[in-house]
Ligand binder design. Sequence first.
Ligand SMILES: C[S@@+](CC[C@H](N)C(=O)[O-])C[C@H]1O[C@@H](n2cnc3c(N)ncnc32)[C@H](O)[C@@H]1O
Length: 269
Amino acid sequence: MSKRLLSNLFKKYKSDKYNHKYSEVYEKYLNVHKNKKVKVLEIGVADGSSVKAWSRFFNNGKVIGIDIKDVNKKKLKIKTNNIDLIQGSQSDYVFLKKLINKYKSFDFIIDDGSHYPKDVIKSFKFLFPYLKNGGIYFIEDTQTSYNHFFGGNPFDLKYANTHLNFFKNLSDCLNYKEIPNPFYIKNPFDGLITNVSFYRNIVVVTKNINEIESNLVKNNSYENKRYITKTKRNKNKLKYFIKYLVFFKIYTFLYYIYSLIKRIILLRF
Ligand SMILES: C[S@@+](CC[C@H](N)C(=O)[O-])C[C@H]1O[C@@H](n2cnc3c(N)ncnc32)[C@H](O)[C@@H]1O
């Protein structure tokens, strides 16, 4: 198989994934899955150019395309059996629930729909649980995060409620076991993500079990871990108790209060 098959297919069917150079990112992740019997969901069908390319690439798989507009195979001149097109919005949970009732789960999900931050985040939150382990979620055209005409924000890059910030923050879910905050509130994606990659205008999130224990922290406490490792090797338990379970814990608590006050003053929640 040519390593550039997917690019060639996007070019052949005139999908803008070729011009945006997303095809190179897709090839990197998907070439190894070419002949597998996978289920692929693409949000945003438009003229059908990319679903046609996916259906040729995953010729043993199934491609499901959804679009807010009426999309039907006859109109788009699609004769292939391994494509299903369904009308519905990516932010409509009633519609998405029906979609899941029918297809159960997906191997790959591609969000090339409205590109509005709110919609992208809403679909991701709903659909990610139905991505299989080892599955990959692609989000295209993330540059809308920077554009206020798309609901993004070019003036507050770090803290605006955009999808790029949502995915940047998701990288903390990779490292959630390393956070020595005894008041840490678990994120629903903690333990389920093994990779978040950012390319120009496209984000890639890989799902898999991620429950490797930290070498520095136990149950969100650095002090607990240190106390356990130190007292295992040493008999002077009182010394380590005072050091780690009294002084260090007081320091952590004061640092927590300081950070909380700072967040309240800066309105960062
Ligand atoms: C960029 S086009 C998709 C192009 C297609 N994926 C391709 O590569 O050939 C975006 C599509 O998303 C659809 N869309 C817009 N808002 C949507 C929503 N809320 N839910 C689902 N689809 C939506 C539009 O109707 C449009 O057809």
